[in-house]
Design a binder for this molecule. Structure first.
Ligand code: CMC
Length: 393
């Protein structure tokens, strides 16, 4: 096995060539198909970004209309899928429901298995992006014992999601353009991030020629963990712990520096960024604008600011180049919009889906793609003999 190079966590292993997203971690640069992420801030439109990532260019009006029409046409779930939701306990983690339901979708839509051409793929992509939002809303409604709200064909992607979540009993913020823009921005900022853990999972599963739905269901599971998408929940839990007086911000940071404590400053640090995560900067601005406008004063925002201030001046974090990442502020915004904490990672998944789809398609269109099959360095015993059951121990 001398020829195998060990690279735990693949920190220095390029797994593919890709034309979708560029990151310069030293400079804090993120670009979708060459467009700097900051340029999406003024008029955030998640659907447009989804198209851009998947098809490689900003949609022209006809393409945008076709894609929007596809999203509208496919928003409903097969009625019998409702029984699946009822099969879960109310306390079921919504990420478990999401991945199960994405897999279930492929049973209801066998036409999405055999993608003959780009049009088939476009319809499958739109179907998945649209239905995932309905699944998320139904999972939420089921968890609190409220009736499902059908998608409204007159509404666009984000307002329709807010409608399915909150329009009954009516929540006023559902129609607020600021809320709509904030959610569009959150989703599009999560839309792709090159070969992160969940996207690599989607590619890994897809490399065996598993279908789009099975590959994305696996992506949801990879995203769930607290070091990846689950960090947005962990950040909120950390802020709550401090807010409830269980620990001070200073002591929390002290604990996060102690390796033996196994505690980390959640929402800080990144494998690629050795500088500010540009998404965190943008979300900090959204939090600062949105909360006062909605009349929300969230003490957790003050605590987050305090933690950031302490950490950014601390040599431990400076030396290791640890800065706030996308998860540090996103939860505070989602909370202000009324999204419960256990749905945060689901929101990340809705946002990341276009990226997964884009990578799955890019890989399947690449000539000569091989099944992903890493090697290992074997550390177990040398050849040894089997011992009959009665002679063991
Ligand atoms: N708090 C305290 N110490 C940290 C942190 C943190 N958040 N992040 C990294 N470190 C330390 C780590 O202990 C290590 O120290 P030493 O060199 O003394 O052993 C050093 O920094 C390098 O850390 P690493 O774990 O080797 O870095 P990594 O690239 O493997 O991990 C990370 C990246 C994001 C998993 C990690 O920074 C982390 O656990 N952060 C907290 C969880 C989090 O916010 N995750 C969201 C990531 S962004 C969105 C996404 O991808 O989903």
């Amino acid at each position: 096995t001398g020829y195998i190079t060990l690279d735990p966590g693949y920190g220095n292993t390029g797994s593919c060539e890709s034309a979708i997203t560029f990151i310069d971690g030293e400079k804090g640069i993120l670009r979708y198909r060459g467009i700097p992420i900051e340029q999406f801030e003024q008029a955030p439109n998640f659907v447009e970004v989804a198209w851009l990532l998947i098809f490689g260019h900003l949609p022209c009006p006809d393409e945008y209309k076709t894609f929007s029409d596809d999203l509208t046409a496919t928003a409903n779930l097969d009625e019998s899928m409702k029984h699946h939701f009822e099969g879960f306990p109310r306390s079921a983690p919504p990420m478990a429901i999401l991945s199960a339901m994405i897999n279930a979708l492929s049973c209801f839509h066998p036409e999405f298995f055999e993608l003959e051409d780009k049009d088939d793929f476009r319809e499958a992509a739109a179907g998945l992006i649209s239905k995932v939002r309905t699944i998320a809303a139904y999972a939420y409604r089921q968890s609190i014992g409220l009736p499902y709200i059908y998608p409204n064909p007159a509404l666009r992607y984000v307002p329709n999601f807010l409608h399915m979540m909150f329009s009954q009993p009516y929540a006023e913020h559902v129609c607020d353009p600021l809320v709509r823009d904030a959610l569009n921005l959150i989703l599009l900022l999560h839309a792709d991030h090159e070969q992160n853990c969940s996207t690599s999972t989607v590619r890994m599963v897809g490399s065996s020629q598993a279908n789009l739905f099975a590959s994305c269901a696996a992506g949801v599971c990879a995203l769930w963990g607290p070091l990846h998408g689950g960090a947005n929940v962990a950040v909120l839990e950390m802020l709550e712990q401090i807010h409830q007086g269980q620990i001070s911000p200073e002591d929390y940071v002290r604990l996060a520096k102690d390796r033996d404590s196994k505690v980390r400053l959640m929402g800080f640090g990144h494998r690629v960024y050795r500088n500010f995560d540009p998404r965190a900067k943008m979300l900090a601005r959204v939090a600062d604008n949105l909360l006062p406008t909605l009349g929300v004063h969230d003490p957790l925002l003050d605590i987050a600011r305090k933690l950031e201030e302490i950490a950014l001046e601390d040599p431990y974090f400076i030396d290791r180049q640890l800065y706030p990442n996308v998860d540090f502020y996103s939860g505070i915004i989602l909370r202000a919009i009324g999204i419960p904490t256990n749905m945060f990672t689901v929101m990340f998944a809705i946002g990341r889906l276009p990226g997964w789809i884009a990578h799955w398609w890019e890989q399947s269109e690449t000539q000569g793609t091989k099944i992903a099959r890493p090697r290992q360095i074997y550390m177990g015993p040398n050849e040894t003999d089997h011992v009959p059951r009665g002679e063991r121990c």
